[in-house]
Design a binder for this molecule. Structure first.
Ligand code: SF4
Length: 407
């Protein structure tokens, strides 16, 4: 069943597994993720399709080790009761899941009553990421969220009572009409809950979304980037005072509670994504599943009908046989070096140039000597021995450094 060469596609140290759930109760007006409202009729056929895809990947990759599982979307907590359990059972059958694996599910506050929390926890999920977004009802309304601030607080407390001891809370800032006072109040109230992890995202107006259009038509004001920067700075100070470690540009955690799954991305490690539109990075390839949930359903059953075989290496002929894929690209050495730099620099403790060079197989300090020096002169990066890191003043303009490492 398992060949040693097939195992080399995923290193013995394992990979992360991302599960994309494309359903939302309603589509938020700022969201451009691959997620849909009004296709609940696809939830039932989605379950066997997803478990079939998981089984096929398990065969193809010869049942490799998995260290983290992340249910994202979309709204995974919107799936009918029992679906997460069946998906996790398929994952356990198809992969060697580390008994200590971090298993996260994204959830909306409205989905988290006592029964739901107990059910999710009982199914093996050990980390919860709740989309709070704001604790101001007016802003929640603007964001098209269907929960009230009090429901978000209640959802967190319900999760705690159910036994979740590893919870992330997501907030958004830099919103139209959001004042500094509102932000202070929301953040202070959030910190008072003492979650293990907090993610803060500035609103980005994505083209094609209703909110982008509302701003263009003058129906709501454009977010003020200077105010957003002040909000970020306030958050940095408040969270530091509350004992949170700022470990990634948008992420803070209590000691030892960084998100293990997302660290795989930032450390340019191997991961497999399943579900419509999910991205993967394995071997020398990046590939992605078809976007359309309907296409996904037919393509997964086509793959399952043909059957999957263990692959000796992940090369074009293997990817061509995976009917669920929407595309792929070969990742050359140049891309690997660039990604190692700009993904690793997102981690604020810095990039260890020696160990990153060992992983990339290239002396990165030598290869990127010119852009490193340029970034240091511009005040974007600082170097301490082998450790290269963003300067604090560069956290919100980090792309100015990252683009200098791109091909
Ligand atoms: S709940 Fe999340 S994934 Fe769904 S539409 Fe809103 S922002 Fe997008």
């Amino acid at each position: 069943m398992t060949t040693s060469s097939a195992r080399q596609i995923v290193p013995a140290s394992g990979m992360g597994l991302y599960v994309h759930v494309p359903f939302c109760k309603t589509k938020c007006p700022y969201c451009d993720f691959n997620t849909y409202q009004g296709i609940e009729n696809l939830m039932e056929p989605f379950l066997p399709a997803l478990t079939a895809e998981i089984g096929c990947w398990g065969e193809t990759l010869a049942h490799p080790a998995v260290n983290s599982v992340f249910f994202g979307g979309g709204t995974p907590s919107y799936l009918p009761p029992g679906h997460i359990e069946q998906i996790l059972a398929a994952i356990q059958t198809s992969f060697q899941v580390d008994p200590g694996a971090e298993i996260t599910i994204e959830a909306n506050p409205g989905d988290l009553d006592a029964a739901a929390c107990a059910g999710i926890l009982g199914q093996g999920v050990n980390r919860l990421s709740i989309g709070v977004q704001s604790l101001d009802n007016g802003l929640l309304n603007l964001l098209g969220r269907h929960h009230q601030a009090s429901e978000a607080v209640q959802a967190f407390q319900t999760a705690r009572q159910a036994g979740f001891d590893n919870v992330n809370l997501d907030l958004m800032y830099g919103l139209p009409n959001q004042s500094m006072d509102q932000w202070r109040q929301t953040l202070d109230d959030l910190i008072a809950l003492a979650p293990e992890h907090i993610s803060l995202y500035a609103l980005t107006l994505e083209e094609g979304t209703p909110m982008h259009r509302w701003v263009a038509e003058g129906k709501i004001p454009e977010p003020d980037p200077d105010l957003a920067a002040d909000m970020y700075q306030y958050a940095r100070e408040s969270l530091a005072a509350a004992g949170y470690h700022h470990y990634e540009i948008s992420n803070w955690s209590l000691p030892g509670r960084a998100c293990g799954h997302n660290l795989v991305y930032w450390e340019n490690g191997p991961y497999l994504g399943v579900g419509p539109g999910a991205h993967s990075r394995l071997g020398d390839y990046r590939f992605w599943t078809v976007l359309s949930p309907r296409d996904y359903l037919s393509k997964t059953s086509a793959w399952a009908d043909v059957g999957a075989q263990p692959a000796d290496e992940l090369a074009e002929p293997v990817l061509q046989g995976v009917s669920t894929l929407g595309g792929w690209e070969h990742i050359g050495l140049e891309t690997t070096c660039s990604e190692t730099m700009f993904l690793g620099l997102r981690l604020l403790d810095g990039l260890d140039l020696t160990s990153a060079s060992t992983v990339a197989g290239v002396d990165l300090a030598k290869k990127f000597q010119a852009p490193i020096q340029e970034c240091i002169q511009l005040g974007l990066l600082e170097q301490d021995g082998d450790c290269l890191r963003l300067t604090e003043s560069a956290y919100l303009i980090a792309n100015q450094a990252f683009t200098r490492f791109m091909e």
